[in-house]
Design a protein around this ligand. Sequence first.
Ligand SMILES: [Zn+2]
Length: 422
Amino acid sequence: MEHTSVLERFLRYVKIDTQSEESDQVPSTGKQWNLARLLAEELNQIGASNVRLDPEHAYVYAEIPASGNLPETKARLEAGAKAPVLGFIAHMDTSNAVSGADVNPRIVKDYDGGEIVLNAVNGVVLSPSEYPDLLKYRGRDLVVTDGNTLLGADDKAGIAEIMAMAEYLLSNPSVPHGEIRIGFTPDEEVGRGVDYFDVPGFGADYAYTVDGGEVGEIEYENFNAASARLHIHGTSIHPGSAKGKMINAILLASEFQNLLPVYENPSSTEGYEGFYHPDSIAGNVDEVQVDYIIRDHDMEKFEQKKDFFRKTCDFLNEKYGKGTFTAEISDSYYNMKEKILPHMHLIDNAKKAMEEAGVKPIILPIRGGTDGARLSYMGLPCPNLCTGGQNCHGRYEYVCVQSMETVVDILLNLVQRYTAAK
Ligand SMILES: [Zn+2]
């Protein structure tokens, strides 16, 4: 069978619009089925086993059996040194920040380090003065947009890389590897990517999401996250006769915010620093609702932040009367670190797989969440690996062709590292 390069796959997948949107349904948009069906078909074509397309929610699952035909591997298997079942997961949807319809990718060959005019008519230019990472790709080939849409490297680069890895293993049965599982999910960008993920059916001991950025990135620490809905009940009265009577909920909202630590907001924090973030506000004199998010990598500090939020309500209720402030706080997701630490081989092997591919590993805390974080708490430890994509969620998104090829090598190295695992 003809082999399809990771680039060809990538170009094919980005042309299929799979934008997700806020919804109670999974998939949130019917068009995600188009890619799900194609991937199921391609997985069958390359000879993957037990290919399943979830008829309700559009998840795609497949398996690659262990290549137990090698005498060496077989002997190992018989000796009970079974390689763990490894899963690889990527998401099919794209962000709704910018359109993902009619994506028209262009390849810039042998990039010279200068400005790339994405769209002359609209004056959209991808420039190293704004995006200095571009300079790392001098002499490489880049896939860019036409300036009207996002590219969709997040996460179709991940899908193309997993598919290329799968095709390679299935057409080279002499390469030793354990059992492999593949999962493609809908609706990651709207936070519902693992709502219906069938962890037991997937059957992996460990997995990696392939949904990161620059080549070398390995992520296994993310925020602990909560949402906090603040209700403020004021007392409305005609402003002309309000003296001593009006309690203006708008002013109280401001007072509440001013009691929170002034630097602990997204615009002045980085790395492992957590924050309180007022994300939206609605209301009038009588009533105001503010939706906050609370984030911290450290569980103790996370609990302290939620506690401080509640205590601030209590303090102001002392001042303005019981029930003036109410807070509904609910946890959204947790730092996967706790679930990865007992399995640090996941990180060590990923590092080694990168070094074998000539890549320097970059380990950074994620200032957000990942599907892998939720999967880790659903019983499937699941760090995140790079895809090679840059500037995701916008029209300046690009991916380096050689980076995608390197990620395929990294995945293959990783798989082989686990063959020898006990
Ligand atoms: Zn993504």
